[in-house]
Design a protein around this ligand. Structure first.
Ligand SMILES: C[S@@+](CC[C@H](N)C(=O)[O-])C[C@H]1O[C@@H](n2cnc3c(N)ncnc32)[C@H](O)[C@@H]1O
Length: 266
């Protein structure tokens, strides 16, 4: 089952600063041609799908399992972009695309092997798939230390013990490459990069809310019932941790480990 991002779809476009900036490099790696048919997998509110629309005269399709995300994406797009509510594990395209772009969504795939087999099938021979996603269990040390504080605090530790992380992280670029190769791709480029940006603590909280919170504060991933008091206390602890991470000028150095990978269908 995929995470429902519908709850954050309305503000995602505005808040997703990190996903937007990380996508720039992925566009560079994929070098989209004027005639490419392109699938934006896990398109969210469609910011990147609309950018793709300006890069090719071919077909542009955005898919995402979250109805709320697709509703928002469709409301902002013209009829030269098609959308579908569907997750990577259920894709049924056959030899139809030259490029699959998957930005900041791969970590959410419940069944990555099945998803990659579907992606390989969706591409034409020689077609390429590019992903950018947080990598490693310690994907963002700032977030992880905030979560460690939640896990220890009296007001949150009992319920947090019932949290089952939904994400899929691998530790090395070779491990990411291996699962693409198993699905039938060759992998000309795979690298994990440490990206550091400077933000106010409030901005770091906004970035947390635009992605990670959809997992950490989602009933679907708890074996124990969540309540409003827990969510409020969770947010307070996370916010205080980010404030404590600020330097004298209040700026927080936010570090993300990110995998960039380009795979080609042989
Ligand atoms: C952080 S957003 C990224 C959205 C967009 N690609 C961007 O870069 O702005 C992650 C997206 O992945 C989607 N997602 C979650 N599980 C998925 C799955 N199994 N297959 C495809 N997309 C999925 C979510 O619904 C969400 O819209």
């Amino acid at each position: 089952m995929s995470t429902d991002f519908s709850g954050i779809s309305a503000r995602y476009e505005h808040d997703s600063l990190i996903q937007k900036s990380a996508a720039e490099k992925l566009f560079g790696l994929l070098a989209i041609n004027k005639a490419d048919d392109v699938l934006d997998l896990g398109c969210g509110t469609g910011n990147l799908t609309r950018k793709l629309r300006g890069m090719t005269e071919g077909r542009v399709v955005g898919v995402d399992p979250s109805e709320g995300m697709i509703r928002e994406a469709a409301s902002q797009a013209g009829n030269d972009i098609s959308h579908m509510v569907i997750g990577a594990e259920d894709l049924a395209f056959d030899d139809e695309f030259d490029v699959i772009l998957c930005n900041s969504a791969f970590q959410w795939f419940g069944k990555p092997q099945k998803a990659l087999a579907n992606c390989c099938n969706a591409l034409r021979k020689g077609g390429r798939m590019g992903i950018q996603a947080p990598a490693r269990m310690n994907y963002c040390p700032n977030f992880i230390s905030a979560i460690e504080a939640v896990a220890c605090a009296t007001g949150t530790k009992e319920i947090f013990a019932g949290f089952r992380p939904p994400w899929f992280f691998l530790e090395t670029a070779d491990e990411y490459g291996a699962i693409f190769k198993e699905a039938g791709f060759s992998v000309p480029f795979a690298r994990i990069e440490e990206l550091t940006t400077l933000h106010s603590a409030a901005e770091v909280m906004t970035i947390f809310e635009s992605g990670a919170a959809a997992g950490y504060l989602n009933q679907e991933f708890y074996e124990i019932r969540l309540d409003a008091a827990y969510c409020d206390e969770f947010r307070r602890i996370v916010k205080d941790t980010f404030t404590g991470q600020g330097a004298e000028n209040g700026k927080v150095e936010l570090l993300f480990n990110r995998i960039y990978l380009v795979a080609v269908k042989g």
